[in-house]
Design a protein around this ligand. Structure first.
Ligand code: SF4
Length: 335
């Protein structure tokens, strides 16, 4: 086995669950989130990201979460114990973009694999087929390549040429296709950030496009972070996020397609489902749970625990469900 960094960053919630630091979490992560260790910033320049090349945010932050570093050996033995005890369902390795990152990720994945049988996801930049195959061979189960933006235009403004970033929409889409060939349909994830300036119709069309490609889209709510280019932008309105979650649920479960839904001026006004069925689905609470790889609940990744909660890391309570019903604006919706 090649050698690699003997340190790794661990999200603070994961570090608490693993017993690496003392603390209390209001919802326990069921996935352990790791971040490749590197002195310095990512070489990409995504406008929303605290790790971006030109961001002035802390380098131990990703989204609104802090990621302290630990000795790899200690993290591995804690993962082994937590998986053995049934306290965690998955490990997700998130990778910054820098030369040689793929080798570090493969090293980390192979060390985890030789320690525990836990399913491993890798969230990374578009890699070539050879590198993806290597990740598959060392035991990575799923890969995620984040589109983040729902349209090509927004992509160039927040990740691509217009912010001096290395990414191009077509390269990302192509990498997602290759990932599906390497890992299989349904074993590839992408991240979509809601609230980057897209219309509701743009977002729902992209959710459908991802599913048709065999890629599962995970929804995130845009979170402004001090020190990033988008620090002064607002979070998405909660009613939009709820409609997005509901449309996402209907499409990803194969209940309805984008073409069945109705839009007015870009806004989602009909889900193409009888009101009764829609209400039953809403009251199940399922559409509002964190979406992504199986077992990924990302507690408070996007939100302050005091609310509003965009992605629920556990089932919403009956009171929360009534609130969600109001947020969606059911009376205004067509059947
Ligand atoms: S959905 Fe969760 S487990 Fe999957 S790549 Fe994204 S953050 Fe990681």
């Amino acid at each position: 086995m090649e050698s690699g960094p003997e340190k790794v960053r661990v999200s603070i919630g994961s570090a608490i669950v693993l017993g690496l630091v003392r603390g209390v979490v209001s919802a326990e992560p069921t996935t352990i989130y790791l971040l490749t260790y590197r002195e310095g910033r990512c070489s990409a320049n995504c406008a929303f990201c605290p790790q971006a090349r030109e961001s002035t945010a802390r380098t131990d932050m990703l989204s609104r979460v802090i990621w302290p570093d630990f000795k790899l050996e200690d993290v591995l033995s804690c993962i082994k114990r937590a998986f053995g005890d049934g306290r965690i369902k998955r490990v997700c390795i998130q990778a910054l973009n820098y030369p040689g990152v793929h080798r570090n990720v493969a090293y980390l994945a192979s060390r985890i694999r030789s320690t525990a049988d836990v399913p491993i996801s890798v969230s990374c930049q578009p890699l070539n087929r050879e590198d993806m195959t290597e990740l598959y061979m060392v035991g990575v189960e799923r890969v995620s390549i984040a589109l983040d933006a729902a349209t090509e235009d927004i992509f160039s403004r927040v990740k691509g040429e217009l912010v001096g970033g290395p990414y191009r929409w077509s390269t990302h889409i192509n990498a997602l296709r290759i990932a599906v060939e390497v890992f299989g349909r349904g074993n590839v994830t992408t991240h979509l950030i809601v609230g980057l300036g897209e219309s509701e119709e743009d977002l729902v069309a992209t959710i459908q496009r991802c599913m048709d490609l065999g890629v599962f889209p995970a929804l995130f709510a845009f979170t402004p972070i001090p020190g990033t280019k988008m620090a002064d932008k607002s979070r998405p309105p909660i009613d939009y996020y709820r409609r997005a979650q509901l449309a996402h649920y209907l499409i990803t479960r194969g209940i309805k397609r984008y073409e069945d839904m109705e839009f007015k001026g870009g806004r989602l006004v009909g889900f193409g489902l009888q009101r009764e069925s829609l209400e039953r689905i809403i009251m199940s609470g399922e559409p509002f749970l964190t979406s992504g790889c199986p077992g990924c609940n990302r507690p408070y990744y996007n939100e302050d625990p005091r609310g509003p909660i965009y992605n629920y890391p556990r089932k919403p309570t009956p009171n929360e469900l009534m609130e969600i019903m109001r947020q969606i604006g059911i009376p205004a919706l067509k059947q």
